[in-house]
Design a protein around this ligand. Structure first.
Ligand code: ADP
Length: 374
């Protein structure tokens, strides 16, 4: 590694995680702590079971717990940690001498430890085990965070049309009792129906997600002309594009591009991509293009809007994920996930090419005229 002058190496890096190292054997405790510190961990130390219980409420990321200790043994410490609300979810790994029996190990895990490692362990192996355990936990925490965030966004999204629907219906009721002009009543009820459609759309999306997640997405396969499908979806978007002053450009070949697939599901892919292009396209022109390339049908939706940062580009295809620059817009982060699952169920792929502030191009590649059964 080279260091440029005036750009000193970082010495105050954040610790990787905090580990509580519990061991009554001073020399072993010292060795393990040094090893952890050298690897970039912050270390808390305890030399007895009771001390460990006193320090644990500081919530280290991992408790490395010696099994044999003079006051209360590691199993009991673990049991008590699990029994207290403050510490019940801490990550706990037993570290014990190799003389330990299989039964001991089973007992340790049954008492609630997340891992059971026997020493002597090579330094590298111990560090690798720690890293793997922390990674697993981080992944679970991330999944919970993303889900919680999604639930609050979804609840908010559902409440918006519901509130409007309620207002419109209340107004309509008032109008009927006052025998107001029929047009006013009509207007209110049409708005209510629009809000109802929006609610239905949202619920359909949620249902789709659970179907896709449980691998229960059934394809109704037939011959699909992608050019025709693209033309139809573009027509459906025309009013929304016009209302937003967006120039929706179509670039379609004169001949059909035919494949075997589920027309409604492929339309859903187009729909989700176009909806995003309008939503994030900054009011600038949006282009929809279909073409045949080698053995593939290529479908591209391009906009000239806010674009997507490179670090967000793979994440946005995952469930509930939204790019950082759009988190406030109240979107669910599901459209691309559903699109990706539909495309891969057709044996195809979906990719994005984008730079922040320079728009985005989503490309779907689908095998032409597949004959296999889905
Ligand atoms: P939603 O738009 O409902 O949040 P999607 O799964 O369709 O869900 O999109 C996920 C995220 O990807 C969006 O929240 C947005 O951050 C980003 N994104 C999708 N399409 C575009 C686009 N054309 N331009 C910029 N960002 C986009």
């Amino acid at each position: 590694m080279t260091t440029t002058p005036g750009n000193p190496p970082q010495t105050t890096a954040e610790p990787r995680a905090t580990v509580l190292n519990v061991n009554d054997h001073a020399a072993t405790r010292y060795m393990v702590s040094r090893m952890l510190e050298m690897a970039g961990y912050q270390v808390l130390e305890a030399s007895t079971g009771y001390e460990a219980l006193a320090i644990a409420p500081q919530r280290p990321d991992l408790v490395l717990l010696d099994v044999e200790m003079p006051d209360i043994d590691g199993y009991e410490v673990c049991r008590r940690l699990r029994g207290s609300e403050e510490t019940q979810d801490l990550l706990i790994a037993h570290l014990s001498a190799v003389s330990i029996t299989r039964e001991d190990r089973i007992r340790g895990l049954a008492f609630g430890a997340d891992a059971y490692w026997t020493t002597p362990l090579e330094e590298e192996e111990l560090l690798a085990n720690i890293e793997a355990l922390l990674r697993l936990q981080r992944r679970a925490q991330d999944a919970i965070r993303v889900r919680d965030e999604f639930l609050s966004v979804a609840a908010h999204e559902l409440r918006t049309p519901l509130t409007a629907l309620r207002l419109n219906l209340e107004r309509a009721r008032l109008l009927t009792t006052r025998s107001a002009p029929k047009e006013n009543l009509d207007k209110g009820l049409s708005a209510a129906l629009r809000q109802l459609s929006r609610l239905q759309q949202l619920l359909d999306t949620l249902l789709d997600v659970s179907r896709v997640a449980n691998r229960r997405l059934k394809l109704e396969v037939g011959t699909v002309d992608l050019v025709d499908a693209a033309r139809e979806i573009a027509q459906r978007f025309e009013p929304a594009a016009r209302a937003g002053g967006v120039d929706l450009q179509l670039q379609l070949p004169d001949t059909p591009v035919v494949l075997f697939g589920d027309r409604l599901r492929l339309e859903q892919v187009l729909n989700n991509l176009l909806a995003n292009a309008l939503k994030y396209g900054d009011g600038k022109p949006v282009r929809l293009c279909v073409e045949e390339r080698d053995d593939m049908a290529a479908l591209r939706v391009s906009d000239n809007g806010i674009g997507i940062a490179p670090e967000d580009q793979s994440r946005i295809f995952e469930r509930f994920e939204r790019a950082t620059n759009t988190e406030q817009s109240g979107s669910l982060g599901l459209g691309l996930y559903i699109a990706k699952e539909i495309v891969s169920a057709h044996g195809g792929s979906i990719t994005v090419d984008s730079q922040p502030g320079q728009g985005a191009t989503f490309q779907v590649l689908l095998p032409l005229r597949r004959t296999e059964q889905y």
